[in-house]
Design a protein around this ligand. Structure first.
Ligand code: SF4
Length: 324
């Protein structure tokens, strides 16, 4: 939950999550939709899905593993998390390296290789450095040292216990470490979101595919999001509605004519790998309008508690706010 955010922002989410799922068993038995609802707004939704899958795996095996090799078998647990749990929770000899500890190690040994390519070499250096005695305390001390003393800018080397043996300090250019590869430019992606509003206020939504970006979350229908998107092509992706079943036989055509109108302004959202700009089109439909295949109507109150990611909340409130 704490990825890319603060304890203050996360605390209410954490409390609600723990109240709903107080044990591993409770989380394992929960519906993924309910887990995603309580995660909505935190981003990084793959974590919620992994946490849920992980709870199921732990319940299936009967206990929580206490060594790195077995922890690594669990969904969503990579080398850093496995090492951190083994060292901090079970006092096993392991050497977790978070971003802060990584900076300390890189400077201590003046690692010239660029990040992220240097990560395997840094893990090896950490394995030699971390002691067998109290590995969890050592790991946390390294993380805190990086966060408070060996800071990215202006490290306080005078207060550092490694000052006597630090290669970067000896060279006099500690702040120039770590070396980093230039990040590829994050290109803006564009798309169109369709907010269909029924006469009784219900909004048309669908569920995203279970994997990938915002996997399993609820959204209003949209076009693809791409950097070479042409707004004029959006019409082809607009949801198509049919007349209600009772009137179908009498209707000349089964399809309902819908007029999509652009809501002034755009929605901007920044994902980890790209910024997104969405144009919002809105349409009003009769209460009898039938939802297209794979989509469904949701009432206003349920929107508040649905597993709607932040970007979709922005889209819906933009469209609804414009309407009132
Ligand atoms: S001596 Fe300075 S650069 Fe080296 S680890 Fe300590 S704070 Fe970081």
């Amino acid at each position: 939950m704490l990825q890319q955010t603060t304890v203050k922002a996360v605390t209410p989410y954490y409390r609600r999550f723990m109240a709903a799922f107080p044990t591993v068993e409770a989380l394992a038995q929960a519906d993924i939709e309910d887990v995603l609802k309580l995660w909505a707004g935190l981003g990084y939704y793959a974590r919620a899905r992994n946490l849920h899958a992980c709870a199921r795996a732990v319940v299936a095996r009967g206990s929580f593993p206490d060594c790195e090799e077995e922890l690594l078998q669990l969904p969503g647990i990579g080398p850093y998390t496995a090492a951190a749990i083994a060292a901090i929770a079970f006092d096993r000899k392991a050497s977790p390296v978070d971003g802060n500890a990584e900076r300390v190690i890189v400077r201590l040994f003046a690692v010239e290789q660029e990040l992220p390519d240097a990560k395997p070499a840094i893990r090896e250096l950490a394995a030699d450095l971390y002691p067998a005695r109290r590995p969890g305390d050592f790991a946390q001390a390294m993380m805190d040292l990086g966060a408070t003393v060996c800071t990215p800018k202006a490290p306080a080397c005078g207060a550092c216990p490694f000052a006597g043996s630090c290669a970067a300090l000896a060279r006099g250019d500690a702040e120039s470490f770590p070396r980093k590869k230039k990040k590829p430019e994050r290109r803006l992606r564009r798309g169109v979101a369709f907010v269909a509003i029924r006469a009784d206020g219900h909004v048309l939504v669908r569920r995203r595919a279970p994997n990938g970006l915002l996997g399993g979350m609820t959204e209003v229908p949209t076009t693809e999001w791409s950097s070479d998107f042409v707004p004029a092509d959006a019409a082809a992706d607009a949801p198509r509605f049919s007349a209600p079943p009772g009137r179908r036989e009498a209707a000349v055509s089964a399809s309902l004519k819908v007029s999509w109108r652009r809501v002034p302004g755009v929605i901007n959202h920044v994902f980890t790998h790209f910024p997104l700009e969405l144009v919002v089109l809105r349409a009003r439909l009769p209460k009898s309008a039938v939802a297209p295949k794979g989509m469904y109507w949701i009432d206003r109150q349920s929107i508040a508690s649905a597993a709607l990611p932040s970007v979709m909340r922005k889209v819906v409130s933009h469209a609804l706010g414009e309407q009132s």
